[in-house]
Design a protein around this ligand. Sequence first.
Ligand code: ZN
Length: 297
Amino acid sequence: MEDTATCMLCGSRESERFPPRYLNGRLWRCLDCDLVFVHPQPAVAELTALYGEEYFSNANSNELGYSDYEGDRENIYRTFRRRLKSLQGVHPGKAAVLDVGCAYGMFLEVAAEAAWDVHGIDISEHAVKRAQERLGDRVRAGVFLEEELPSERYDVVTMWDYLEHTLDPKADLAKARRLLVDGGILALATPDVGSMAAKIFGHRWMGYKLDEHLVYFSRATMRRFLEEAGFRIISMKHEGKYVSLRLFLQRLCLYAPFITPFVNLLRKARAVPPISFYASSRDILLVVAQKSNHAAG
Ligand SMILES: [Zn+2]
């Protein structure tokens, strides 16, 4: 087994396994800039295969994908409405938006309700088929870095839970910048490996999904990625999401395994009410940034 891995953010070859005792030695931390990343990386073809239908309805979603992405539709809309609202604070009025990693297109539906001109791309052919049922050919399947897209075309580029899944975030951000008009807005959400939750829960932290989450950002590494790609950060804060009580309990079992038998009893007795609420474990970064006039470095 190799004893070092090159950092994609700063290029340093000084890295160590992170956290040393866990996660099969596939996770590394750069000793120079603190970036946490999976090494070796999967091939693009493996990623394309990963995001099939099973990814969106996976019984073992604590490790991979979603337990019921379609069934969670209303909560996902609510989360996206909240995010759209904060985006409208920095970009009032209509906007042409490209959602990178758009999955079933739910953010785009919400943006279309606000009369935005919506476009989306996703690596998952399954997901794009679903999105096209509602949005038609405004959504396409493909790898963002490989697809030809018009330069300086979009007012807003969004990357919700996208950047941690990609092989080359630096190139993704450079491309996003190229596609944005002058002064255009980039908005993204990603797990925060520097959060309290990640520190407290260690290898149990639900951000650690090594087959799909390949890069783990903190405030500091995110800031560096964005600034080096030519963005000025407008805001960076922790954000939650709307969750069903059922999913909330499932996640809670991950962090507090001793309650699992109790939760299983509730489920069997169908005693978990179908309610949802906004929850935040303060471990998801929501970042809004603006294309600056000149790419740095
Ligand atoms: Zn580094």
